[in-house]
Design a protein around this ligand. Structure first.
Ligand SMILES: O=C(O)C1=C[C@@H](OP(=O)(O)O)[C@@H](O)[C@H](O)C1
Ligand SMILES: C=C(OP(=O)(O)O)C(=O)O
Length: 433
């Protein structure tokens, strides 16, 4: 249980958030199968990425970590991994699980993947079905969930049409297809985050994305070479402070060196459309776009989000719901049924926690309607993350507008993606209550 305090004087200052979670997972995995060493700087030492690191060590990859600098000794292909002595523990991490299903299909052995209670409930057939089209054999529980047995073996190329708009599924297919004998074409329903594609190109793969942004062609058997990967700050982590500074009066915050990949910047577009005061300054870079974002408090208007906008803001939707609570009028988030199969059913949990906070919320199968008021303040004493890191951090941001003390149950969940979240929040509060 953590005491949450308000920020009556607003949030102020500059912050470099930890490295991007999606990119940190991918850098470990591509480093593990490349030739030679990969050095990763500003790596995210959060619980999810540590599960990827431990799983790769368990299959014989040598990985050294000093804080946020990680060195991976590449094995020149998953076929050189060693069979693990025990099941691989995925913890709470959907990304670790789904991407490893693709990567481990290139081994010469069977791996067992296990997860925590939340991950054990999340759907995995979305990955095993498209992988089966490439000849990959994976067994799941009768409910289509973990534990999984991933059988290493031959993989063939082909065209795979994905049923779910998911970067995890797309990435699993691309990682498996590296070992095929013929090219693979992956066709997505909607474009999703393209970190795997960008990084595969950096490591030397021949991969093209069509003008529709959702058809990707990968040539098989590339020679991948170890790289230096400098991970940009995680926009999904920065988003908590972008939203906090917007809705807490008297704030001015600069988030420095955050990832600005357009497949991830939906939250910036939402803030702009709602009338927030943000200034984006791109930094010169190759590969992943990055830059600084300055935000000052501002009043907001409601927003209507539909399916095409969802992938680029999927992890920030709890924050969009909070922004909507302070806007004059009703906002809607639709086409977001994916929220129901995240760490929690985020639609149901948002309904519960926002209702406690005194916000008018309607739940739909695929989203929410939220009626906001510019003068809204939290109306409760105890909030609950339900064990979901993003819900916990959003609630801590909501509490900044409270006039009475609040407490947060299951606050430890934040360590999944942002272990120093409360310290960074305190830094921007300047220790002023
Ligand atoms: O590929 C990734 O790194 C991720 C993709 C998204 O999941 P889906 O692929 O299930 O949409 C996102 O929610 C998750 O936090 C990270
Ligand atoms: C959904 C998330 O992650 P994952 O799917 O990797 O558990 C998240 O970080 O919000």
């Amino acid at each position: 249980m953590r005491k949450l305090t308000a920020a009556p004087h607003g949030l102020h200052g500059e912050l470099a958030v930890p490295g991007d979670k999606s990119i940190s997972h991918r850098a470990l995995m591509l480093g593990a199968i490349a030739a030679g060493a990969t050095t990763i700087e500003h790596w995210l030492a959060g619980e999810d990425c540590l599960h990827t690191l431990q799983a790769l060590r368990a299959v014989g990859v040598t990985i050294e970590r000093h804080g946020t600098t990680v060195t991976v000794q590449g094995q020149q292909g998953a076929a050189r991994f060693n069979a693990p002595h025990a099941p691989l523990e995925m913890g709470n991490s959907g990304t670790t699980t789904r991407l490893l299903m693709g990567l481990l299909s290139g081994t010469t052995f069977t791996s067992t993947l296990m997860g925590d209670d939340s991950l054990q409930r999340r759907p995995m057939e979305r990955v095993t079905h498209p992988l089966a089209e490439l000849g990959v054999q994976i067994e799941l529980s009768s409910a289509g969930t973990l534990p999984a047995q991933v059988h290493g073996g031959p993989v063939h190329g082909g065209t795979v049409q994905l049923e779910v708009a998911s970067a995890q599924v797309k990435s699993a297919v691309l990682l498996a297809a590296l070992n095929a004998q013929t090219p693979t074409v992956v066709v997505e329903k909607l474009p999703t985050r393209d970190h795997t594609e960008i990084m595969l190109r950096q490591f030397g793969a021949d991969l093209t994305t069509a003008a529709d942004q959702r058809t990707i062609t990968l040539q098989p058997q590339p020679h991948l070479t170890g790289q230096t990967v400098v991970v940009p700050g995680d926009l999904s982590s920065a988003a908590f402070f972008l939203v906090a500074a917007t809705i807490v009066p008297h704030s001015e915050v600069r988030l420095i060196n955050v990832n600005l990949n357009p497949t991830r910047t939906g939250i910036l577009r939402v803030l702009e459309q709602m009338g927030a005061d943000i200034t984006i300054t791109p930094l010169p870079t190759t590969g992943e776009p990055r830059g600084d974002v300055l935000v000052r408090s501002h009043s907001l208007r409601p927003i209507q989000l539909t399916a095409p906008a969802i992938p680029a803001v999927i992890d920030e939707l709890p924050l969009v719901a909070l922004l909507a609570a302070t806007a004059q009028g009703t906002s809607t988030i639709r086409g977001a049924a994916e929220l129901r199969v995240k760490e929690t059913d985020r639609i149901a949990v948002l309904k519960t926690e926002l209702t406690k906070l005194g916000v008018t919320v309607t739940e739909y199968p695929d989203g929410l309607a939220i009626t906001g008021r510019p003068e809204w303040q939290p109306q409760t004493t105890t909030l609950d993350s339900h064990g979901d890191h993003r819900i916990g951090m959003m609630l801590a941001v909501a509490a900044l507008r409270s006039s009475t003390p609040l407490s947060l149950e299951n606050d430890a969940a934040v360590a999944v993606s942002y272990p120093q979240f409360f310290t960074d929040l305190e830094h921007l509060r300047g220790g002023r209550a």
